[in-house]
Ligand binder design. Sequence first.
Ligand SMILES: Cc1cc2nc3c(=O)[nH]c(=O)nc-3n(C[C@H](O)[C@H](O)[C@H](O)COP(=O)(O)OP(=O)(O)OC[C@H]3O[C@@H](n4cnc5c(N)ncnc54)[C@H](O)[C@@H]3O)c2cc1C
Length: 359
Amino acid sequence: MSARAHRIKVREVVSETADAVSLIFDVPADLSGRFAYAPGQFLTVRVPSERTGSVARCYSLSSSPHCDDRPAVTVKRTAGGYASNWLCDNVSAGSILTVLEPAGNFSPRSLDRDFLLCAAGSGITPIMSIAKSALATGRGRVVVLYANRDRASIIFERQLRELTRRYPRRLVVLHWLESERGLPGTQGLATMLRPYRKYDVFLCGPQGFATVTTRALAYLRVPARAIHREEYRSLTDNPFERPVAVAPSELSDGAPPRREEPAVTANGTGTVRVEIDGSTHTLPWPRDRKLLDVLLDNGIDAPYVCRESACGTCVCRVRDGRTRMIMNEALIDEEIAMGLTLACQTLPESDDVRIVFDQ
Ligand SMILES: Cc1cc2nc3c(=O)[nH]c(=O)nc-3n(C[C@H](O)[C@H](O)[C@H](O)COP(=O)(O)OP(=O)(O)OC[C@H]3O[C@@H](n4cnc5c(N)ncnc54)[C@H](O)[C@@H]3O)c2cc1C
């Protein structure tokens, strides 16, 4: 198992709604550096299974590193789901869970900005962390749009009310309840969000909500580069089990790329110099092998979770040379322009490449 996986005790389980609980972790002092996190990041939890040994599921941190003493995640039951129900039914104070260190790049570069934070259902978890952090450390305005089925399904209703009382001039919370207004639609959202169209947008929720909110923002001419999105889905990979080396042929017969890409052909091998965890490794990098696979094949404990370009855990920086990504769901244009890339999707385009894991 990766050295980034740790057994962590659950200190407390807080019931948030009829179908959501927060798990507050007791991170031992010697791991506090490894569990330092940015608002918006997530933990990956190992959930035991008699069928498969385990499954891995990501849960965003709902706590704020700036306001809360301990990290917490908030899990909402998924109807018919496995891990979320297992966690809600089996975890209690004192339980030990195996957890990967915090990861992900759904985090503002600066908290001193005006934020429009849009969430639906359990999508509130990273939004809550960002909102609390921005209010505590920044000076900008924070608007939270939160869509739910009905009042009973609002997670953190009391905390949001308290924050509004504490920051009356800086925080606005807009609830959209399906029981009162029907499903959120493009026009309704556009009307609601128009005053905040110049703010930095963070958006997290089920796909339908993300689609309609993105449409409303496009209608308001919010540039795509100002919109950060986190998509909730269950992992198909399991970083808690031994990494499986991926054959080069996987590139052509695996999940279809989102956009048209030139065929990848094995036309030689370059060299990659990788700086990670204080060590530098120089490795051969075949043109048709993804960077993460090359690292794992060489026994390097690179961070990763989903291997599908979505979670942003394997983000690293191209310092020299040229590379390209097969698929990218996690990085915005601005980050790519800064040289960031996802190791799980990166192929070399020049013979010598230097990569640094410093995010
Ligand atoms: C970055 C990120 C952050 C997230 N943050 C949150 C959050 O803050 N809060 C939250 O609630 N959710 C969050 N999610 C979603 C979360 O990771 C899960 O997708 C969600 O909890 C549903 O998982 P589930 O296993 O309950 O449901 P499903 O994934 O729908 O469960 C069904 C799956 O489990 C498999 N399965 C069924 N039974 C078994 C068994 N016995 N053994 C093994 N496999 C089995 C099935 O084959 C099927 O694939 C996040 C996701 C991501 C990517």
